[in-house]
Ligand binder design. Sequence first.
Ligand code: PMP
Length: 358
Amino acid sequence: MSRFLAEKYQSLVAYTPGEQPTDMKYIKLNTNESPFPPSEGVIRAISKERVEELRLYSDPTCGVLREKIAKQFGVEKANVFVSNGSDDILNFSFMAFCDGSHTGVAFPEISYGFYSVYADLHRVDAKKIPLTKDFRVDYTDYLNVGRTVVIANPNAPTGIALSVREIEEIVKSNPDHVVLIDEAYVDFGAESALRLTEKYENLLVVRTFSKSYSLAGARLGFAIGHTSLIADLEKIKYSTNPYNINRLSLLAGAAAMDESDYYMENCKKIQENRAYTTDALRKLGFSVLPSSANFIFAKSDAIGGEELYLELKKRGILVRHFSTELIRDYNRITVGTIKEMQTLVETVRTILAEKTSD
Ligand code: PMP
């Protein structure tokens, strides 16, 4: 830290992203990326001519992409906001819809780590609501909470989802606060709250192209909600960085929307591979939470969470371990191809066997 850093940021603890090591080729099951490549149309869209156009600024209104997203989800373009990854939208939402002096935020104590970081960054009072003993979000904890509500559905890193009926109860009971539902993983088996955005002006649904649409490196996220919420987000975007999505990512996103069938097929494969991995790990004695996402959260009584993470890493498999007390026994394992998952299961089997023969 330099002596110039603003005082308000001196105690900020930044988010720690999952490792992206370059020392060797790993089976990468640590950051919930898709194991499948982007669709053919995305690859065709990034042509030489388009690359040459990088000398020009990108379209700040993101018109084509917003139009495609609107059509895909049956809403108007004015209901759609796009930005540089859904992290950007979460950041903007904390700026727009929370206010340190009178509107704090509520989110689950165990959830996406960035929520806490954004709350600290923007000096918003955060109420972190514990999960139930079996790691569920209890929707009744969020009724009439009188704060902006942020919930990942399915939740991360647990993978457990709320029903739309439960989400509607939360939205209904907090009419004077925004309820942000972060649906980063919804395509892998949870129910989307999108249709409720027509009915409730205080609901914002946030999505990403990073997981189900195989475009984590393009950095694209979108939000759907009432036109006035979208206008608020636009205001923040135009007050920070109007060209925050580059030309190539705009093209990639638009092409991906045209090929949703390909991506939804991939999501089905991930669900099959998730079922295989859950079953195989349970047979090896693991407790595995019931996941509706493209990852599973698992622990074994035979080996500590950190030890398993390190043993897997030594053998070329990366998973995500969190050292937070409540979840330190677990690892979050992204669901990859069936071959990757078979290798994972066999490697875990070997590690456990070596441990018992010690
Ligand atoms: N929300 C959740 C729950 C996540 O796990 C992630 C991925 N780390 C994000 C949002 C952000 O995704 P992105 O910025 O790649 O759209």
